[in-house]
Write a protein that binds this ligand. Structure first.
Ligand code: PEP
Length: 248
């Protein structure tokens, strides 16, 4: 299982960041769990994890540009130099700040060009009775992956994150049944974009209101390969409970 911890801007000081790194290492000692931590960029650049810990770092976002006269931008190359090996791309909070599907596709290409494993975030704002939300998920995946070569497409991790669940508590998370349906749908879309044996191999994550109390149920019944966790990954006391619950 892959756990990606998106600290967003919740974590602002080094002491808390170091505590969370230590907890990430502890979580990665659970059977078959790998952990990716996504700290704010300035903290990522001063944290270290050491070798063979089962923990890696991700950029929360990367620039759509390569290097140059772009004040304030963090390029994929700069993140890789700071120790990131993954990059979130197309997070709903970045889309809300202006990232279109086209910008997301550019960022994906930048990440891959620097050997960062992209975690492509997709998700609908709301669910309608006619299934239009499925068309939106399809559009987000297709516009991002279609411009890539087949071998690049196979490197992308998909994080399904319905916007209506993000930031809420466990009671607002998707049900395991609905998530299982969506996971199947995402794999069907991927099968159209990937060749033969790669189609079933893509890592698919779920994010949105995942907390220590609902992670085991979702992990057991929903067919996902792991989770993208926001608020619950940025509070040391809560993050520690994931390790306890997954080990239990
Ligand atoms: C997210 O925004 O990526 C996320 C998963 O948030 P939360 O866990 O806080 O719902």
């Amino acid at each position: 299982m892959l756990i990606v911890a998106n600290w967003k801007a919740y974590v602002e000081d080094l002491a808390r960041a170091k505590k969370l790194v230590a907890l990430g290492k502890k979580l990665a000692r659970a059977d078959k769990v790998s952990v990716v931590l996504a700290p704010p960029a300035p903290l990522l650049s001063v944290l270290s994890i050491g070798r063979k810990t089962g923990v890696a770092f991700a950029a929360q976002d990367i620039s759509a540009t390569a290097g140059g006269a772009y004040t304030g931008e963090g390029t994929a190359q700069a993140f890789a130099a700071a120790g990131a090996t993954y990059a979130l791309v197309g997070h709903s909070e970045r889309r809300a700040a202006g990232d279109t599907d086209a910008v997301v596709a550019e960022k994906l290409a930048r990440a891959l060009a620097q050997d960062l494993v992209p975690v492509l975030c997709v998700g609908e704002k709301e669910r309608d009775g006619e299934g239009r939300y499925l068309a939106r998920i399809r559009e987000e995946i297709v516009t991002a992956l279609e411009p890539l070569e087949l071998r690049e497409r196979a490197r992308v991790i998909i994080a399904y994150e319905p916007l209506w669940a993000i930031g809420k508590d466990a009671s607002a998370a998707i049900s395991a049944n609905d998530l299982a349906e969506m996971t199947l749908y995402i794999r069907k879309v991927l099968a159209e974009l990937l060749s033969g044996r790669n189609a079933g191999r893509t890592t698919v994550l779920y994010g949105g209101a995942v907390e220590p109390e609902n992670i085991r149920g979702l992990a057991a019944d929903a067919g996902v390969d792991g989770f993208l966790i926001g608020h619950a990954s940025a509070d040391p006391a809560v993050f520690a409970a994931f390790a306890k619950n997954l080990a239990a």
